[in-house]
Ligand binder design. Structure first.
Ligand code: NAD
Length: 292
């Protein structure tokens, strides 16, 4: 397939490289001018999009997506598909999809989970919103870049699934970390705590697959001095998106709201920027009982 790829950073770079390795012709654009080997770099975003059957974007936020989409939609041929894999607000995803549809394009919002490791290994999970025919056209690309693509419904539903998932993740990581810190103070050995919880009703992905306690459970960022992994800053971004969305539809999400507040404090005031999101455990270790 002829593919345009805009935003070749930590995630987009390896995703584009995997498409090249699978035999697709990828023309890329990034404001840094940098892209992986095998990607033909274009002078600007419309040049990367021109003539492509699918244009993929992997950008930092909704404002940048709206700006890039406005440029590339005009350059895309009717019937081609604009596939945004960035994590952005639901409103931006829906606005871009509507603009693309009115230009005769298919549009999909397809944020991912799996992080940089998943992007490199081609094992991402895609959560996809948009029409069936566009989903069918992008399916072979999802198969190259990921291991699973779930069609979640209409435009914006991929972003909705992503922020709901990560709202659960943020809250369960905090709950897991505060429970380890409590267990420490109660004299409960961390390995024993893991052995019980990982096979009991308190278990979650945060405990069993990404244990925040160093030396316990499978290898995780905790075993690498909390180098990300999934940075606390990105978790904060996703939690804020969840709270913006909740505000927009009048949904009551007190756990998500508190998780957003705690990650904001951690990232902006407590040195958590650039650390893995599981570094909430050393944060709790140092603290005594206080109001949240
Ligand atoms: P990144 O900052 O490494 O990459 C973004 C790229 O977009 C950069 O290379 C930047 O130069 C480029 N860019 C910015 N503005 C541009 C423009 N106007 N035109 C062209 N290129 C532009 O970020 P990332 O980690 O690759 O994340 C990308 C998206 O994926 C984000 O929305 C993020 O929330 C999401 N995401 C990241 C992870 C992760 O673990 N890194 C996991 C899941 C989802």
């Amino acid at each position: 397939m002829k593919i345009g790829f805009i935003g070749l950073g930590n995630m987009g770079g390896p995703m584009a490289a995997n498409l090249v390795a699978a035999g697709h012709a990828v023309t890329g654009y990034d404001i840094t001018g940098l892209g992986p080997d095998g990607v033909t770099m274009a002078a600007d975003a419309p040049a990367a999009a021109a003539g492509a059957q699918v244009v993929i974007t992997m950008l930092p936020n909704g404002a940048i997506l709206r700006q890039v989409a406005a440029e590339v939609i005009a350059a895309m041929a009717p019937g081609s598909v604009l596939l945004d894999c960035s994590t952005v607000d639901v409103a931006s995803a829906r606005a871009v999809a509507a603009k693309a549809a009115s230009a005769g394009l298919g549009a999909l919002d397809a944020p991912v989970s799996g992080g940089v490791g998943g992007a490199q290994a081609g094992t991402l999970t895609f959560m996809v919103g948009g029409p069936d025919d566009a989903f069918a056209m992008a399916a072979p690309l999802f198969a190259v870049m990921g291991q699973k693509a779930v069609h979640c419904g209409a435009a914006g539903n991929g972003q909705a699934a992503k922020i709901c998932n990560n709202m659960i993740l943020g809250a369960t990581m905090i709950a897991t970390c505060e429970a380890f810190a409590l267990a420490d103070k109660l004299g409960l050995d961390r390995q024993a705590m893991f052995d019980v919880v990982s096979t009991s009703s308190g278990q979650s992905w945060s405990m069993t697959s990404y244990c925040p306690a160093p030396g316990i459970g499978p290898k995780s960022p905790a075993d690498n001095d909390y180098q990300p992994g999934f940075a606390a800053d990105l978790m904060l971004k996703d939690l804020r998106l969840s709270q913006d969305a909740a505000e927009g539809v009048d949904a009551d999400t007190p756990m998500g709201q508190l998780a957003a507040t705690l990650y904001a404090r951690f990232v902006e005031e407590e040195g958590g920027k650039g650390r893995d999101f599981s570094a909430m455990l050393p944060r709790f270790e140092k603290r005594g009982r206080s109001k949240p």
